[in-house]
Design a protein. Structure first.
Length: 272
């Protein structure tokens, strides 16, 4: 799917396979600077487990073969994704997103009809990350912006991944300055507490809609964060897939495919 000439739905390039059926369709959203090719290992596993499932992997705005935008605010990007989902004939999907895509999947599910969310290694509280970005902002806005991205990559433990996954991350990426500044603009200009309040409201909306939510992490979430998530969204499932740093979907594609292949209602455990 990822090597085929893309189809365009709305403003977004996409690869798709499968057909509409009784199973809710899957929408896959990649992380910042990457593109839909990052889902290749998971898609291969899904083809074995769930071969007829309708799956669409999008290139987010400004990434891959999708056009750039003047603004990359999450609510605006979610609206672009929804227009593409609608044009693709998809109703009530399970939306899975890695990193930035996990935050976007959460924002999407709070606003648009969704059966489930699988958030791959994206904490919704970004206080610490925001502090790092603001300290690095002068460099990020200058000609040495790439140093900031390389510094962040160094903490993502790409070295833990198999060689094929490391090569995918090395080649299927476009760490352009406009993408980094555009997608991080909200974090740079919005007080961290306000960002946390926005995500809490998103989770309130997700809970009110009865949307299943599964957080998949590459490492054990901090106890405070887990308490916050489970208080905001009782019944949310948390699964740790270790050994791949920030990229558990590349280190453990079979396990993530197994999660995605579940019925949407079983993405979460019942509330105690």
């Amino acid at each position: 799917m990822s090597h085929m000439r893309p189809r365009y739905f709305g403003a977004l390039a996409a690869g798709s396979r499968g057909r509409a059926g009784d199973r809710p369709p899957l929408v896959l959203l990649h992380g910042l600077t990457y593109d839909r090719r990052q889902w290749g290992p998971v898609l291969r596993e899904l083809a074995l487990r769930d071969p007829d499932r309708h799956v669409v992997a999008f290139d987010l705005p400004g990434h891959g073969e999708s056009p750039q935008r003047a603004s990359y605010r999450l609510d605006e990007v979610a609206a672009v994704v929804h227009a593409a989902v609608t044009e693709a004939g998809i109703e009530d999907p399970v939306v899975a997103g890695h990193s930035l895509g996990g935050a976007l999947a959460t924002v999407y599910a709070a606003a648009y009809p969704t059966r489930g969310v699988v958030n791959v290694d994206q904490p919704l509280l970004v206080d610490g990350f925001a502090a790092v970005l603001r300290e690095a902002e002068p460099v990020l806005r200058g000609p040495g912006y790439g140093q900031v991205w390389e510094s962040l990559l160094a903490g993502m433990r790409i070295d833990l991944l198999p060689p094929s996954a490391r090569e995918l991350l090395r080649t299927a990426t476009t760490p352009r300055q406009d993408l980094l500044l555009g997608y991080w603009e909200e974090i740079l200009v919005t007080p961290a507490g306000d960002l946390g309040d926005r995500r809490a409201r998103d989770l309130d909306a997700i809970r009110a809609r009865g949307v299943a939510y599964h957080h998949v992490s590459g490492g054990e979430p901090g106890e405070a964060y887990r308490r916050w998530l489970e208080a905001a969204l009782p019944g949310a499932a948390v699964t740790v897939l270790p050994g791949g740093g920030h990229f558990p979907h590349l280190a453990r594609p079979a396990e993530l495919a197994a999660i995605l292949a579940r019925p949407a209602g079983s993405l979460v455990r019942p509330p105690a």
